[in-house]
Design a protein around this ligand. Sequence first.
Ligand code: NAP
Length: 255
Amino acid sequence: MSLVGKVVIVTGASSGIGASAAEAFAKEGSKVVLVGRNVENLKAAEAACRAANSKAELLSITADVAVDAERIINSTIERFGQLDVLVNNAGIFEVGGILDIDVDQFDRIFNTNVRAVFLLTKYAAPHLIKSQGNIVNVSSVTGIRAFPGISTYCASKAALDQFTRCIALDLAPHNVRVNSVNPGVIATDIHRRRGLTPEGIKEYYERCKKTHALGRIGEPSEVADAIIFFASDKSSFITAATLPIDGGKHAMCPR
Ligand code: NAP
């Protein structure tokens, strides 16, 4: 599928990987629906899309994916009449060992990272069947490997990976593909949001040179490139795949 003129929803388009993906779709000539909660950041992401392609048709929806899934899909159909690609990217990250965290963290993380994806997928599926479109989920290396101190996030991304595979099988008879990208550490706002100071982020990124085989963290555009690949016909025979975009982190093992 050429991405020109295709209608693409990117959740969490107001920051990081989602903003970069939205810009990449705009560059490809897609009609992009940018979803996020922070209005100022959404405006900035929309401006970046416009700078990438002055003719891009854009729709920004201020929404919480955990409560507004149906509205997001309905607003897209009202505006563009169809849906070709759903990028489930919005996600939150919180840390803490099992002795310290409570069930509220579990509920917050699963509501956004898993339940919202279920709802968006459910409401989007009939439209994707009509358009013969596809879904790209943004998971994490934490979906395929275990790490200490981030059990709820790891479990949410592992659930998302299994959801990707199961929905790929549900929708395969309808010729709708479902894949996920599984990033390693990427330079976005997510590490500030989880409470790291600028100094802490610097130290963390420095440590990551040792945990990523390629010796560096990734850039949002490197994940966006893989999202574009899965959304396009270049991956026409790929479904139910979970692809690490992590500089080899998933293959590393401390010794
Ligand atoms: P980010 O810069 O913090 O961006 C997160 C995005 O998700 C923001 O646009 C945020 O929107 C949106 N979002 C979060 N909760 C939402 C909600 N309830 N409703 C609507 N939007 C919501 O983080 P990022 O790194 O780009 O993260 C994007 C995805 O990549 C996430 O799923 C994350 O788990 C995954 N990931 C990131 C890394 C990494 O190292 N960066 C690694 C692996 C996987 P607002 O700010 O407008 O609320």
